[in-house]
Ligand binder design. Sequence first.
Ligand code: ADP
Ligand code: MG
Length: 258
Amino acid sequence: MGTVLAIANQKGGVAKTTSVASLGAALAELGQRVLVVDLDPQGSLTFSLGVDPEDLELSVHQVLTQGLDAREVIIRTEDDVDLLPATIELARAEAELLTRTGREHVLKAALEQLTDDEVEHDWVLLDCPPSLGVLTVAALTAADGVVIPLQCETLSHRGVSQLLDTVHDVKRFTNRRLAVWGVLPTLYDGRSSHARAVLESIPGTFELEVFSPPIPKTIRFAEAPAKGRSILATANSTKGAAAYREVAAALVERAARR
Ligand code: ADP
Ligand code: MG
């Protein structure tokens, strides 16, 4: 299998979903074969890539709870990225999996089935839900690396320590090879001295790599999901799209030294 990256932060609204859609499209532009997985019952990733969750009968929910082959669910999107979609049904998965043996490994097992495919993916990007529950732990268990989107604001740091504790537990119990690839600063307003101060404090606070450039805050991002395409398509030549392209190139480089 290619490189599996979990995009995780239990705080909502930090641009996890936007980053998965944008990095997925940017990696596809680089000629990489990409699968993105929607692990949020809200289905924002699914919706933002042009698929209405309400039109779907099958989703990642059946893959995780009933062992359905992911290939029967994967949809090819207009951004040249494959999507394993979510519907609101996934909200039941936490409870359904809670009593299951091996629940941490359900996503890993589902992704391993894809490896005997002719078209193997170079990248699998996991869009985690805003919690540290069963689905996020399953994502971290399936992943080679985790990227943590962080909004450059005070207090957004606090949640990161909790996430790092979870990463530590996952490394101990279910996935020794998990590595934190770094923090991705998002929703960055370079005109704000506060945002700049927060950005500068990240390396010292967490001793983690920080991806650059930070993803600028721009209104163009808010428009993309309604059009069913990533911002690389709807706002192709903006600074935001350029920033995600640079980060995608850095990911490819990082994967090469893995
Ligand atoms: P999460 O998945 O972490 O909850 P989202 O990706 O859904 O976060 O983003 C939260 C909101 O912020 C969405 O409305 C999205 O369109 C918006 N957003 C994301 N990135 C940016 C950005 N760089 N500039 C402006 N708005 C953004
Ligand atoms: Mg999201």
